[in-house]
Design a protein around this ligand. Structure first.
Ligand SMILES: [Zn+2]
Length: 437
């Protein structure tokens, strides 16, 4: 079994891994690098796949090109853009199906439609707990886990050469607001059956302890929104558009006290998928994304600000997002003295985001707005969650992924504490590396 590290081993972003056995290859994830995409923005639409790879925005899969015919399936683990965003550019060169959970597939379909692209690959929806026979000797199994988006799974690739488990991304939440708890029973069973290799999520591995449950943030949001409603001022809240659990908690905390507006393209897309699947009810919510309709709604809200809760994009201070535009005064609404601006998010740790958020906070405060940050828990497993997964799966070989070299190294240290030895059964890979197990 060969594991090809294609993307996500030098950074948080553009995840892609290939697992190769004698009679086939399975590709897992085709993400893009958000930092690169934000910087290059519209240009990427115009570029060819090869040119896009050169910008660094999507994984460089050239290593697989001369083995294209061996590729039996493309698996997408969940619908975050650093896992699915590269599909429109990359999947077309492989003559094989794309397999994902229904929510992930819905996100992919909307993304392709929004970009006015088309996908030739057969799209196969598979629920957690189900398996797909990709070839005579390769079966792909989905196992339910919790993350910050619905429909996230662990993927097990069963081959004649053993089982590879791919664990990007997850946290272990025993009290989720939406969906089931992780399928611990099956995870432990896989460990008993024997796992040849496990690829683990390193994003938050250097943070001690365990990731808190989404239900804790849900309670915190009730307090935060109660406080914000004390004065009859404007209340704006921003969070990850794909975080459907969080949006449900926000609506619950509002408890029909104020009218709700959802503003921004990605919010509209992701909640559209969630509504399709009956996960969220937006019957009484105004959802807008285009310039004119946003202008119109915000003008109305500006006259009755204390009657509205505005949920909008822009938690990272992205230049084109709704909150940034509101703060800049590009819409007919102003941030005023005493308005509450709640960030139900944390800054994705890269210099660009830090700078953008710094600028946004400054603009809000200059107008007298109050910034309430970090009403949030991460979607990524912390150190003890990572250790639990390793102990449950007991893989013969472990490969950390989803992080900078520093993050992967921290995961290496944890695995060493559990008895693994670097370059024997523990591998620190970079994009472009291959390990033959
Ligand atoms: Zn993710």
């Amino acid at each position: 079994m060969k594991i090809h590290a294609i993307g996500g081993y030098n950074q948080v972003g553009k995840n892609m891994t290939a697992v190769e056995v004698e009679n086939g290859i399975v590709l897992i994830d085709m993400g893009y690098d958000m930092e690169e995409v934000v910087e290059k923005d519209q240009e990427i639409e115009e570029l060819t796949t090869k040119e896009t790879i050169q910008t660094g925005a999507i994984p460089d899969d050239s290593k697989i090109h001369d083995k294209k015919d061996k590729v039996k399936a493309i698996v997408i683990g969940h619908g975050h853009l650093d896992h699915v965003g590269g599909v429109p550019k990359l999947a077309g060169s492989y003559d094989c199906p794309i397999i994902a959970t229904p929510f992930t597939m819905s996100v992919l379909r909307r993304m392709v439609k929004e970009d006015r692209k088309s996908l030739e690959n057969e799209l196969i929806e598979m629920e957690p707990g189900e398996s797909y026979q990709a070839s005579e000797n390769i079966a792909i199994e989905f196992i339910n886990v919790t993350h910050s988006i619905p429909g996230a799974v662990l993927t097990a690739v069963h081959t004649n050469d053993g089982t590879m488990v791919y664990g990007l991304d997850n946290r272990l939440d025993d009290d989720p607001v939406l969906g089931d708890i992780p399928d611990y029973e099956r995870i432990r069973e896989l460990g008993e059956e024997g796992v040849k290799a496990f690829i683990g999520d390193s994003t938050r591995v250097d943070e001690p302890g365990r990731c808190m449950s989404e239900s804790i943030v849900s309670t915190e949001l009730v307090h935060t929104i109660d406080q914000a409603y004390q004065d009859d001022k404007g209340v704006f809240i921003t969070t990850f558009s794909s975080h459907i659990e969080r949006l449900i908690s926000i609506l619950k905390a509002n408890n029909e006290r104020r009218k709700v507006a959802l503003i921004g393209r990605s919010l509209k897309e992701y909640t559209g998928s969630a509504e399709e699947m009956g996960m969220i009810n937006l019957d009484d919510v105004e959802v807008v994304s285009y310039w004119d309709e946003t202008n119109e709604l915000l003008e109305k809200i500006s006259k009755e600000k204390s009657e509205w809760l505005v949920i909008c994009t822009g938690h990272q201070g992205e230049p084109g997002a709704a909150l940034t535009r509101i703060a800049k005064g590009e819409y007919p609404i102003e941030i005023e003295e005493g308005d509450n601006i709640i960030f139900s998010s944390s800054v994705i740790p890269n210099p660009l985001n830090r700078a953008s958020r710094y600028r946004l906070d400054k603009m809000i405060k200059r107008e007298g707005g109050r910034v309430i940050s970090e009403v949030h828990v991460s979607g990524h497993a912390k150190r003890e969650d990572c250790r639990d997964l390793l102990l449950m799966l007991k893989p013969k070989n472990f490969i950390p992924s989803h992080g900078t070299t520093e993050m992967l190294a921290s995961h290496v240290t944890l695995a060493r504490e559990e008895g693994y030895t670097l370059n024997e059964d523990l591998f620190l890979l970079e994009n472009g590396n291959t390990v033959d197990i």
